[in-house]
Structures are given as structure tokens and as C-alpha cells.
Design a protein around this ligand. Sequence first.
Ligand SMILES: N[C@@H](CCC(=O)N[C@@H](CS)C(=O)NCC(=O)O)C(=O)O
Length: 129
Amino acid sequence: MRPIIRLFFFVLRRLLMPFMLLYAALSKPKPVSRDAVAQAQVDADCKGLTLYQFNTCPFCIKVKKEVHRLALPITMANIQKDSNARQKLEQQGGKSQVPCLHIVDHDGNEQWLYESAEINRYLQQRFAA
Ligand SMILES: N[C@@H](CCC(=O)N[C@@H](CS)C(=O)NCC(=O)O)C(=O)O
């Protein structure tokens, strides 16, 4: 049963892909503007962040909109195109669900943050001020 459900969602995603990509492109919010010093700090802070995602995932689109709105240069790891990224997400994060934000803090501590709402909350708390 599981493979059939997976196949159903695979086909559905393929059919919806052009519409999802169009929606993602058209619904991009205007990015916030910071002075050069503040943006440089944000850019440096984002070096420890990687968003695991893929293009036609609606939850990933939701997070990527927020990333764009907050003008965050976060590295994107596309798990459909990069099998190493998928493997790393599964093995280190614990599951293959996306979106997932990999956070490495200044001391090298790592966190794998799942759930689009949680990720957006984290980004807002850290970067919206
Ligand atoms: N509640 C989650 C839903 C995420 C979700 O369902 N992601 C799908 C892709 S659109 C996924 O990764 N499915 C594969 C899996 O769960 O292993 C969120 O808001 O982030």
C-alpha cells in the first residue's frame, strides 16, 4: 500500500509542479531592507544554516517565502537532486521529511529543525528584529 501512496503523490506532484513553481515565483514577498552593517551580520549568521527542501513541496515554498522576505542567504539543499543531502538529512536529522533547517551554532552544536511553522518561527525570532 505504501508504494502506491508514494507513487500517487509522486504523480500528483509532477502534475502540479508547473503551478507550484509559478505560485512560488509570483507570491514572493518584498525582502526587508537592512543597513549594510546589519545585513553583513545576518549574512555571517546564515553561514551556519542549511535548508533541506525541494521545489514542489508546498511546506518548503512557505519557508522559502519567509527566507526571501527576511533577506537571508541560507544555503539550499535540494534532496530530490542531491542524494548526499537526502542521505545526510535521513541519517543525521532522523527522517527524510522536508523542510528541515540544519542549524550549526557558533560553538559547532548542531540542530535539525523540522516543521515549516517551527522553522519560520525560529527565523522570525532570530532575524526579524
Ligand atoms: N507538517 C510538516 C509537513 C511536511 C511534509 O509533509 N513534507 C513532505 C513534502 S511536501 C515530506 O517531506 N514528505 C516525506 C516524508 O515525510 O518523509 C511541515 O509543515 O513542515
